[in-house]
Write a protein that binds this ligand. Structure first.
Ligand SMILES: [Zn+2]
Length: 398
């Protein structure tokens, strides 16, 4: 079985023979080919997809031989194979971009790459840095893209272990035989079994998206080639839409949004202030309207379609004054009540609420100073307030 992707990473369609085919107990169908260009998951690069004789390849697994996991048995000797080229070329761009980015981190900041992940959307490397500033990241990015635009050859070759000492390797190999070197034309040498384009120009562009502290290292997220283009496309689109919305130039978007956000904060502050004033005014109005029984002011009122929280706030404001009792009934989709009194009165609002809440088929509670509740019988809300008034008059306001 020959691993042909080592010698030519550009073959996307090839003919070969099936050497062996088997179905495992778990139902997976495996195929071993005489030679293959399908890349198996290894070295941080995900496996290829595609078809063998029109049958879907679901996974490619590395080992002594390369196992192609296919959708169903094939049962042929001669087969035509096709690799999902869009996926493979994307992996080649991201992988080669990783070599270059890692090389630049090392060259500029002596930072080693200790982790690499090529995901479906983003690619990350973990570099041994305590901190990465925007200026540093831009310097690395500029240097990496310069290597791309110099369109350097990416060479791959196998070396014997004794030849390793002659190479300025960025990292030691993880295997001790069949050591494959990927060289970016005198600029970077690393042992790697992955697939790469022939020249750095094919990577197109490297863009660092963001980074974060990850244990002792910094995790850098980046995209290369078509992924970077797609990233630019949606970002450009969003910036255009935001700048159109604000009727400003695209380069002024951040200023515009910052200004808007500051205005919003001012407005919120203003609304809070006005709401406070309105509450004050409303509380005074209710207080003035209150009936006076034996020196205690009683407010008993149904309000419609108001938020219970807001009503409770209003009641709290009213009972800041001396010798007041407030009974609010809130009519909405359901019936709610809010009972409160001033601190200087000895009336238990919780007990009062519990005595009458049954009238609206409800429940609730609170403390001696204030209590809230709710129920389903909206039409009996007036009755509830009347009953509470009677109890107050007979028991507490005599
Ligand atoms: Zn590589």
């Amino acid at each position: 079985m020959k691993r042909k992707y080592y010698t030519n990473s550009y073959v996307g369609r090839f003919n070969t023979k099936i050497l062996r085919e088997e179905t495992l107990k778990d139902g997976r169908h495996l195929v071993v080919l005489e030679e293959t260009y399908f890349y198996p998951t290894s070295g941080g690069q995900p496996h290829d997809l595609g078809t063998i004789a029109g049958v879907k390849v679901l996974d490619v697994v590395d080992g002594d031989e390369i196992l192609h996991v296919v959708e169903r048995p094939i049962g042929l000797e001669e087969v035509e194979c096709e690799i999902d080229w869009k996926r493979r070329f994307d992996h080649m761009q991201q992988h080669a971009g990783q070599h270059i980015l890692s090389a630049c981190f090392e060259k500029l900041y002596d930072a080693e790459t200790v982790g690499f992940h090529l995901g479906d959307e983003y690619v990350t490397i973990d570099v041994t840095l305590d901190e990465l500033t925007s200026a540093m990241a831009q310097k690395v990015e500029d240097a990496a893209n310069e290597l791309i635009y110099r369109n350097l050859l990416i060479k791959t070759y196998f070396v014997k272990p004794e030849e390793l000492k002659n190479l300025p390797l960025r990292k030691p190999p993880v295997v001790d035989k069949n050591i494959r070197i990927v060289e970016i034309d005198g600029e970077d040498y690393s042992p790697c079994g992955g697939t790469h384009p022939k020249t750095t120009g094919e990577i197109g562009i490297i863009k660092i998206r963001k980074w974060e502290k990850k244990r002792a290292n910094i995790r850098v997220e980046f995209v290369c080639g078509y992924r970077a283009l797609a990233d630019y496309q949606w970002k450009n689109d969003q910036i255009n839409q935001v700048s159109n919305l604000l009727s400003i130039k695209d380069k002024e978007t951040l200023d515009g949004v910052t200004r808007l956000y500051e205005e919003l904060k001012d407005l919120r502050r203003e609304v809070r202030k006005l709401k406070g004033q309105m509450l004050e005014y409303e509380a005074q109005k209710y207080y003035n309207m209150a009936r006076e029984i034996n020196g205690i002011r009683l407010i008993s009122q149904i309000v419609t379609d108001r938020d219970l929280g807001e009503v409770k706030q209003l009641a709290n404001k009213i009972v800041e004054k001396e010798r007041v009792i407030v009974l609010f009934g809130v009519k909405g989709e359901k019936a709610q009540v809010s009972f409160s009194r001033s601190d200087d009165l000895d009336v238990n609002m919780n007990e009062l609420l519990k005595e009458v809440i049954g009238l609206i088929n409800g429940g609730g509670g609170g403390n001696a100073r204030s209590a809230q509740g709710g129920g389903t019988d909206i039409n009996n809300l007036e009755n509830l307030l009347k009953s509470a008034e009677i109890i107050l008059k007979n028991r507490y306001l005599k």
